[in-house]
Design a protein. Structure first.
Length: 133
């Protein structure tokens, strides 16, 4: 689940989910709702593999990869399956992303680290992500 929140300069997205993987998937769906992509032609499946030293860095890197796919490659995710492994201070993400050819109708320049903290709460995880638009 995701919810857009008011922010004075950019766009703030509140994300919550039962698992860490579904939190990342919800953040991706929220990003796509901001980009408002247009296009219907299938563009294949892409594997994304990333590493980071924290969950927050991993989330930003993942969202940045999706922004790159949309803005530079003209492909946007329509389905995602994310797997996250954490061990010895390293967070690893593997995602299978089904893509469509298209373009964004709104520009999102970047996902930011500003105030980003992934919280583990009773019943799941939450985060508030600020996007530079």
């Amino acid at each position: 689940m995701f919810k857009l929140l008011d922010h004075p300069a950019d766009v703030r997205l509140k994300v919550s989910a039962r698992t860490l993987e579904s939190l990342f998937e919800s953040a991706a769906r929220g990003l796509m709702s901001l980009l408002k992509p247009m296009g219907e032609n299938p563009a294949g499946v892409r594997e994304i593999r990333l590493e980071a030293v924290s969950r927050e860095e991993l989330l930003v890197r993942f969202l940045e990869e999706l922004i790159y796919l949309v803005e530079v490659k003209g492909k946007f995710p329509v389905r995602l399956k994310v797997k996250i492994d954490e061990e010895e201070g390293i967070c690893r993400l593997q995602a299978k992303v089904t893509l469509r050819q298209g373009k964004a109708t709104r520009e999102v320049k970047a996902a930011t680290y500003h105030g980003l903290k992934i919280l583990q709460e009773p019943g799941g995880y939450s985060a508030a992500i600020i996007f530079d638009v």
